[in-house]
Design a protein around this ligand. Structure first.
Ligand SMILES: [Ca+2]
Ligand SMILES: [Ca+2]
Length: 398
């Protein structure tokens, strides 16, 4: 069989698996569809776009796709109460496609791992569908994708957990974390290139409770409205360069950005002074977070909130202290209202002066390390801690 002119496929069968080998741009790559336990219908290589399929129908079942495509009309991972199902989609070219909905934990418990460039698509996606059902999904690695053409529920009536890490990507129309009463949902977006795109809107806690954690450069985009439930148990937690992108031009102030959010505005940042999550309205602009409006590219028209402990001296937030920052300090040499971190006020005293030059010099040509933090030289540490303390004191006074 010939596909795309230079792509050959050889199929070979064994008892419970299909091997698929393809010559792809001269490289021989072998994939496999493996399964065991309680699947319905029993052989997934015979499933089609009209199959109502279960991995773990009433007992436990496993499906592993490491090459090729498994298709269904509707997929359920852990169908009946007490059942458990596990699906792994591993590697570029490995696909699990569902022309209707996909349930991870429909009545029982379900686990789905999308790794190494694998992809899953469906219409509506559910993690933890029924009351007492639970589901866990991990989407990790560049090229690993989960595409929901419709809505996406992390905790519909049950409990749902979604982890998007190391460049994984999830797309949907509306996203819901903790949809129905007594449901719970947790979503983590961690690592540069990790994205969760909500093209219609996002509910962090709807009738249930939801937590969204954005860390390590991960990004969550919301094109429609963002709603965060009132009542204390639903939060967006952000640190380590986590980014929240909302559609609209609102980079003038944090208040302006929060006005784009419906509900409690319960965004928290990691407060390094008190070592605890704290409401972002108590954070210091420039040092703890910054806002930027994007006018071109795939985020054109969005305002991005980045939450990160800035490297002292890095006025333009590009992760290094250099001539550009020195020029900003020189241009911003002044005292008065409206003096900001981006003008060079690194100790938050409302003035750009010799103290800020000293702070800039202490971190000259230093980059942020792997954890996103700069460790001061021992000789500077006491002085920097004292100045950071002043920032914290000034903030609490206001
Ligand atoms: Ca800089
Ligand atoms: Ca200053």
């Amino acid at each position: 069989m010939t596909m795309l002119g230079n792509l050959e496929a050889i199929y070979c069968y064994r008892v419970s698996a299909v091997f698929l080998c393809v010559i792809f741009f001269g490289q021989l790559a072998c994939g496999e569809i493996d399964w065991s336990g309680d699947l319905s219908p029993a052989n997934p290589t015979g499933w089609t776009t009209s199959t109502h399929a279960s991995i773990g129908q009433s007992d436990s079942g496993m499906l592993e796709i490491t090459g090729g495509t498994v298709s269904t009309y509707r997929g359920s991972i852990g169908y009946d109460p007490g059942s458990s199902g596990q699906v792994t989609v591993d590697g570029a070219g490995s696909m699990f496609t569902n022309s209707s909905n996909l349930y991870v934990g429909r009545g029982g418990s379900g686990v789905m791992d999308i790794i190494g460039g694998g992809s899953v698509d469906n219409d509506t996606g559910y993690i933890g569908y029924s009351a007492n059902a639970s589901g866990e999904v991990t989407v990790t690695g560049t090229g690993s994708t989960w595409t929901n053409g419709g809505s996406h529920y992390v905790g519909f009536l049950g409990n749902g957990t979604l982890s998007i890490t190391d460049g994984g990507a999830v797309d949907n129309g509306f996203g819901f974390i903790g949809y129905a009463l007594d449901s719970t949902g947790q979503v983590t977006v961690d690592g540069n290139g990790s994205t969760w795109k909500n093209s219609d809107g996002l509910y962090v806690g709807d009738a249930g409770d939801g937590t969204l954690t954005i860390t390590g450069g991960g990004r969550v985009d919301v094109a429609g409205g963002l709603f965060v439930k009132y009542g204390g148990a639903s939060y967006i937690n952000m640190t380590g360069g986590g980014k929240l992108a909302l559609y609209g031009d609102a980079d003038g102030s944090l208040d302006e950005f929060l006005d784009l959010i419906d509900g409690s505005d319960a965004i928290r940042y990691w407060d390094h002074i008190n070592a605890a999550w704290a409401d972002i309205t108590g954070a210091t602009s420039g040092r703890d977070y910054w806002l930027s409006y994007v006018s071109e590219g795939d985020l054109a028209g969005y305002t991005v909130l980045t939450v990160e402990r800035a490297l002292i001296g890095d006025a333009n937030h590009d992760g290094t202290v250099d001539d550009t920052d020195a020029a900003l300090v020189a241009a911003g040499w002044q005292t008065g209202t409206g003096v900001t971190w981006e003008m060079g006020d690194f100790n938050c005293d409302g003035a750009v002066n010799e103290i800020d030059i000293t702070l800039l010099a202490a971190n000259w040509q230093r980059d942020v390390d792997d954890t996103g933090q700069s460790v001061p030289e021992p000789s500077m540490a006491v002085g920097l801690m004292w100045l950071v303390g002043i920032c914290g004191w000034r903030r609490r006074k206001r």
